[in-house]
Every structure is written in structure tokens, then in C-alpha cells.
Design a protein around this ligand. Sequence first.
Ligand code: PMT
Length: 317
Amino acid sequence: MDESFSAEVDSFFDSAPPLPDGENISKRLADFIARNQRSSEGKPIRVVCVSSGGTTVPLEQRCVRYIDNFSSGHRGATSTEYFIKAGYAVIFLHRRGTYQPYCRYLPEDSFLDFFEVTEDSTIRVCEEHAKEVNQAIRNYRSAVERGQLLKIPFTSIFEYLQVLRIVAGSMKSLESSAMFYLAAAVSDFYVPWESMAVHKIQSAGGPLDMRLAPVPKMLSLLRKEWAPMAFCISFKLETDSEILLKKADMALRKYGMHVVVANELSTRKKEVIVVTEGSKVKLRIKDSNEEVEKKLVDLLVDHHSNYIDLENKNLVI
Ligand code: PMT
């Protein structure tokens, strides 16, 4: 790591407000990893950290206002369900208030519309939603009971990167069985904590001048130091299709990612392009009954299997 990058990283973490429940997060992670280290047959279990939703950049320490990053969390929540189906244990690192696995009708559809109250005051699921609610509850309960799902929330960029570092540290021992699927939309600029107004900024002060510092690109740190053996997938979102693939290629090389998933804002639910060293595969759904995340997770699981095989061969040689 070059000196100026290392100074940027230190300054980001040194100035970040400490995580209020850092110890509890570390403990829950340690328990989750211990439980998912090996299957009952002694085989290593694959664990994926799915990041989901956008990070905020607070403008005041006692935060009233913040800059936000677009992401509903739909991609992360949907992918989590498919990873669990594929046998992975999932650490779902998500923005508070965004879409959750097995509960993807929320927050847009009202939860109350799914239920009705009978004359004797019993609450029951409406007939037309019974099948999907039943299935969702079963799938969710089964994932939790089997210890396959751990949910950790974040809001600000400070919280997200501190938690990601802890998650990576706890997954390091899993070596090539670990995967990072970084669908979160992470802020590119932030207000350093020590230069941030403490109280609500007053509008009477006239136009607001504010200097934002670049958020260090932690992807390279994740690859080189935090969990160097893990299989890493990052995402690239653009609104201009002309530059999308160029930027995805760049991310692949610059941050040493194994896969970059390129998507365009307006078509992201129908189409993604999976970019690896030497290949670009377009995945597209045919109709609204399909989910592009199913195809994506299937392909990534294959890539991960090949990666694990290769790493194991290298160990033998
Ligand atoms: O949530 P939905 O509404 O379903 O939408 C899904 C999505 C469009 C948000 C998702 O598919 C997506 O593309 N997410 C990444 C958005 C993006 O382009 O982020 P980025 O360019 O800021 O970052 C690129 C990658 O680096 C991302 O994987 C990000 O998680 C990671 N990153 C970025 C900056 C930083 N300091 N650290 C990081 O780890």
C-alpha cells in the first residue's frame, strides 16, 4: 500500500465516530463463522457477505441532514435468497430501512394489506397473499434456524466501512470459501468527522460551502489485506452505457476484483453484464416472472467453484 493511500485510510478510520455496538457485531460474526466453518460432513461451507443499499454522508455530527446514495437494496435482498438456496451462509450487510430477504414486497407495499381481521378478532393472511406469505415465512425461518443468515445494518459511510472491515477480518480464516458480493452503493465523498459542524447547520448563514474528501477505495485493501483469499465481486453502476464496460474493466484491473457486475440504472432489473478477465457475459431475463439475480447467482456460484478448485490445486503443487 503506498504511503499517501495508507495515510488516507488511517485518516478515514481514525476520524470516524466509533461503532456503538462494535463488540456485539464482532461476537455475532465470530459465532456465525464458527457455526458455518464446516458442514456436518466436515466440508468447508461457503460464506458470502452481501452488501446492500446506499451509504449516507452526514453533514452534521448530530445529524439532521445527509447526502444519500441511490440503492433500494432490492438487488442485495434478492441475491441473498438465491445464495441461501445455493447452500451459502450469508452475512447480509444492509442499509437500515431497505429491502430485506424474504420480505421484498416491503417497504413499498403496505404490510397491513396482506392481513385481515375476522369477526372474532383473529388476524389472518388474506386469501390472495396466503401462498406467497406462507412460502416467505417458511424460507426465512428455515434460513435462520439453519444459521444461514446473519443481518447487520448500517446507515452512514463511517458505519459501513468499519463494519465491512470487521466482517472481512472475521471471514479471513475461511480463505477461498469466502465471497464478497458488494452490491452496496458506497459514497465517493465524505465530510471528515473533525471538520463537520456539530449542530444543525443554520440557513441564516447564507449559501453553504462545504469541502468533501474522497472516500478511500477500500476495495483494494479488502483484496490485498483484509481477506486476500476471498472471491471478490464488485458492481459498477452507470447511467451512460458508453462508459459502463470501460469502467467495469478498469475496476477489475485496478482493484484486483475477480468479477465486476456492470449494470445500467434504467435496465438494472432486466440485464447485467458479468465482466471477468477475458470475458463479458450478458444475462437478461425474458419476462417479469424471472429475476436476473437468479441467473447472476448461478453464474457466480460456478465462478466461485472454479476459483476454489484452482486455489486447492495451487496449494497441492
Ligand atoms: O439496490 P437496487 O435498487 O436494487 O440497485 C442495485 C444497484 C444498482 C445499486 C447495484 O446493482 C449496484 O450497481 N451497486 C454498486 C453501485 C456503484 O456503482 O457503486 P460505486 O461505483 O460507488 O462502487 C463500485 C464498487 O465499489 C461497489 O461494489 C461498491 O460497493 C464498492 N466501493 C465503492 C467505494 C468505496 N469507497 N468502497 C467500496 O467498496
